[in-house]
Design a protein around this ligand. Structure first.
Ligand code: DON
Length: 567
């Protein structure tokens, strides 16, 4: 029997007064959190040298490209969500990769029309045109205070002098060994003498150092045109890829309005298409509000979260893609009316079933890759950035003489309607491969603003990114500190496969039994996942708080401005 669920709570004036007050204030210093200690140190160096959060974002992005080559890089792309303290403007810098002009909807299918997954995952054909070099130049020029060369300096040092091989890097080198070994340039950097490097031995990337210096000197043209671009195109084509010089030349960073939701005294600012993150979060948060999920017992809250996700991921699969190529019903998908229709479908006594569009697929073993960092500077500028080359080491193909490990972001397209990608995600024509299109992403850099807190959140994790950020938003609303937000055990549902995947500890035994009794299929994820980075500014008590996910090796830093330290 359907239980009647409650009405939408309305925005209260009192909380908004708090938000206005918060905007006029400044933080007591700066705080940041990233997935690698050397990248966090690069950000600290630039902020202490007088850079703002945007300069620090350039430094952290470039450093991660060097020291966390599994996750993101100059051969990849990402979304940088910005908050400009002086005007309050919020914008998403879209540096997502773009399909080359020769890409067609059936590029990753064989003659029989079957999808060949390897083609969009390993090697040069899997690579889309990178966006990160253009995005870093754009960030420095439009928003930074320091010269690009200064912000890139820590990364250039790390690439030239080398950095020690850490445990997670070694594990992922072993995991992607076969694919990397096929690329002589990648093998020269990462597989000395054809084998795995010794722990703590130095990885030096002189070609990448040269490339970063060239970018500092020549700006975007140093990557996208001329002799360096020729080297990239020749290398890609020699390895079976389809890039052309004009694909690089026409690549442009796009500035997009973020998805914003104002609800119950909360303001959520998140990634807009070509990311699906903000649309899914906005829909889910409204369904949770209508069903009063946050004030219910934990097991009911989890039930409602899973049901809201089921519909939102179904809509993701059905509708979303590149906003420059596809008309999407974003207004309806994020409307209060639609959320009310979804809420009315949910029965707190019985799980629903996802439509059986495709046989249940095992989720791809998504080894940690992609990366997220969060920054707030002492003026109140903010950056939430999620960057990627897709799977670990991207396509595992390094273009000879460039230092660039190419992404395999083409796998984020739907290679054929209904056929799952590496993350088990399905899609329609809305996310088909096509020339110049940007593949639909799950990356969800997000700001949460309540009357007394500002949170800068995000994580890698493929299709699970959106659910992790959602749980982070809910924990922020519960008043959790940064460490609790990044550490909390996670659970996930993405419509198909029709199962709830959970980390150890996400459900109590009683909750597990109850959810199963209500008809949910629960499956252990078998391990921990994600690498969440959170920075919190408690505007009410003037405190900064930051934390890096204990599942990774990243670090957080909080530095109070001298004035704030004196009594
Ligand atoms: O843009 C996306 O949604 C994916 N390329 C992100 C990949 C990712 O997070 C992998 N992490 N495990």
């Amino acid at each position: 029997m359907m239980r009647r669920l409650a009405q939408l709570c309305l925005l209260t004036g009192a909380l908004w007064a708090g938000l206005a007050l918060a905007a006029a204030d400044t933080p007591p210093g700066f705080a940041l959190s990233s997935a690698h200690p050397d990248a966090t140190a690069a950000g600290v160096e630039i902020l202490e040298a007088g850079g703002n959060a945007f300069d620090a974002a350039v430094a952290v992005s470039a450093a991660l490209a060097v020291v966390e080559p599994t996750g993101s890089g100059m051969g990849g792309g990402g979304f940088w969500l910005l908050h400009l303290a002086d005007t309050g403007r919020q914008v998403m810098v879209d540096g997502r990769e773009e399909a080359p002009s020769a890409a067609t909807a059936t590029l990753y299918q064989n003659d029989a029309g079957e999808v060949v997954p390897q083609l969009s995952r390993d090697g040069a054909l899997a690579a889309a045109i990178p966006g990160q070099p253009a995005a870093l130049v754009h960030l420095a020029k439009e928003y930074g205070r320091l010269p690009l060369a200064r912000s890139l300096a820590p990364a250039i040092r790390l690439a030239r002098d080398g950095f020690p091989v850490d445990g997670p890097l070694l594990a992922r080198l072993a995991y992607r060994f076969q694919a990397l070994a096929k690329s002589p340039a990648a093998a020269r950097v990462f597989l000395p003498d054809g084998g795995l490097p010794a722990p703590d031995s130095l990885i030096r990337q002189p070609d990448l150092a040269d490339m970063l210096e060239r970018l500092a000197r020549e700006g975007r043209d140093g990557f996208y045109t001329g002799e360096y671009a020729r080297r990239l195109v020749d290398g890609v084509r020699a390895a079976g890829g389809i890039w052309r010089m004009e694909d690089l030349a026409r690549y442009q960073v796009r500035e997009r309005e973020p998805i914003t939701l104002e609800l119950d005294g909360l303001r959520l600012v998140s990634a807009s298409p070509p990311s699906s993150g903000g649309v899914v979060l906005s829909q889910v948060m409204q369904v949770l509000s209508l069903t009063e999920a946050l004030s219910r017992p934990p097991v009911d809250r989890k039930h409602l979260v899973i049901e809201a996700l089921r519909t939102a991921y179904r809509d993701r699969a059905a509708w979303l893609g590149d906003p420059d190529h596809v008309d999407m019903p974003i207004t309806r998908l994020t409307s209060a009316e639609y959320a009310a229709e979804i809420a009315a479908e949910i029965d707190l006594e019985q799980a629903r079933r996802s439509a059986d569009l495709a046989p249940p697929q095992q989720l791809y073993a998504d080894r940690p890759n992609t990366t997220h960092f969060s920054i707030i500077d002492a003026e109140g500028n903010r950056v939430a950035a999620t960057l990627s080359i897709n799977l670990s080491f991207g396509s595992a193909y390094m273009v000879p003489g460039t230092g660039i490990l190419l992404n395999d972001e083409m796998d984020d397209f739907s290679a054929k309607p209904g056929v799952p990608n590496a993350y088990g995600l399905v899609g329609t024509q809305a996310n088909a491969v096509g020339p110049g299109r940007r593949p639909l992403s799950s990356m969800t850099p997000t700001f949460v603003e309540t009357g007394d807190r500002v949170a800068v959140l995000g994580t890698p994790g493929g299709s699970r990114i959106i659910t992790m950020v959602l749980l982070g938003v809910l924990a922020t609303l519960d008043g959790a500190d940064a460490q609790t937000i990044v550490s909390a055990p996670r659970y996930h549902h993405q419509y198909l496969p029709d199962a709830v995947y959970y980390e150890p500890g996400a459900f109590t035994e009683a909750e597990q039994a109850e959810l199963e009794a209500r008809g949910f299929t629960l499956r252990s994820a078998g391990r921990e996942y994600g690498n969440f980075h959170a920075v919190l500014w408690n505007t009410a008590d003037h405190q900064l708080d930051a934390a890096a996910d204990p599942r990774g090796i990243g670090t957080a830093a909080v530095r109070l401005a001298p004035a704030a330290e004196s009594p």
